[in-house]
Design a protein around this ligand. Structure first.
Ligand SMILES: Nc1ncnc2c1ncn2[C@@H]1O[C@H](COP(=O)(O)OP(=O)(O)OP(=O)(O)O)[C@@H](O)[C@H]1O
Ligand SMILES: [Mg+2]
Length: 279
């Protein structure tokens, strides 16, 4: 195929050998299938700052560690410089998070390099060797929903033990690979010590519960976020901490309502991201 301009520097640097085709073009990034050392991989091209919307993103930047006050000030401002800085920070966050999480055994695609605003990463595949579908695109039985839910709770705990929160965990950012689920799309990952960390963690888990609760409604009754957070705050959270999904003092009715409102918000966000409007 015709080489996309943004991938040319990677060909020139011999980081990729060939461009096979385009996988997906979203609002945030374009994903291509490329060949690296004879193997098919993904190249995620981040869109330029001025082509992107930064609406809804500011809450995420709050939790990042930013060195240098000029840079910190710039990130807070809405000047062009501030936007570019925020963009760079956004891209690096995903690269850093992927290397870190892959190294501690979280199921994410293995990062293979980053060059000129393009992230190279292992292609997640289905049983036929094709790019794996998103959870949102596959049929899920009640039994699978329960197993996947627990699996992703476990991965969220591992991520938290590694000091991070995904920040946009949902059925749209989990792929169903031949050998299990793989979590993708981490540009908005935040430090677990950030002010708004619990809120984002709870939202991540609510989005998962809302999705899997469609197939196994009892999942809507669980409350893992508060239980996990209590262990975390007390310095007692381990990747294999035994969890019940119950939290003392939790008000179930309120929890279900919160989950239902989360699912609506998530759906509206996703529709808006994809250029649909509700009305
Ligand atoms: N490593 C990978 N292996 C296979 N497919 C991938 C991989 N990374 C991304 N994809 C595909 O590309 C899509 C977009 O990737 P990603 O979610 O990282 O970017 P995005 O900018 O958030 O896109 P969107 O706005 O659609 O969520 C994914 O939904 C998935 O279908
Ligand atoms: Mg995505």
């Amino acid at each position: 195929m015709k080489i996309p301009k943004r991938l040319q520097p990677l060909l020139d640097a011999h980081m990729i050998e060939d461009v096979i085709g385009q996988l997906q073009s979203g609002k945030e990034a374009e994903v291509y299938v490329v060949r690296v050392k004879g193997e098919l991989c993904c190249a995620k091209i981040y869109k330029e700052a001025n082509n992107r919307t930064f609406k809804q993103k500011t809450q995420y930047t709050e939790g990042r560690k930013v060195r240098g006050s000029r840079r910190a000030r710039a990130m807070e401002s809405s000047s062009k410089y501030g936007r570019q800085e925020r963009e760079a920070e956004w891209q690096n966050t995903e690269v850093d998070a992927l290397y870190h999480l892959a190294s501690v055994g979280v199921k994410v695609p293995k990062p293979l390099g980053y060059h000129e605003g393009v992230l190279l990463l292992q292609m997640v595949t289905d049983a036929d060797g094709n790019p794996a579908p998103r959870l949102n695109d596959v049929d899920v039985t009640a039994e699978e929903a329960r197993a996947y839910h627990l699996d992703l709770i476990r991965e969220s705990v591992k991520i938290l033990c590694a000091g991070l929160i995904h920040g946009d965990l949902s059925e749209f950012n989990v792929l169903k690979a031949a050998d299990g689920l793989v979590i993708i799309d981490l540009p908005q990952a935040i430090q677990a010590t950030a002010n708004n960390a619990f809120g984002l963690f709870e939202r991540d888990l609510s989005q998962l519960a809302a999705f899997f609760g469609r197939f196994a409604p009892e999942i809507l009754e669980t409350n893992y976020a508060k239980e996990i957070w209590k262990f975390f705050e007390n310095g007692k959270l381990k990747p294999d901490t035994v969890l019940t999904g119950k939290f003392e003092g939790s008000n179930r009715k309120a929890d279900v309502r919160a989950v239902m409102s989360e699912i609506n918000d998530a759906r509206e966000d996703e529709m808006e991201k994809r250029g649909f409007r509700n009305k």
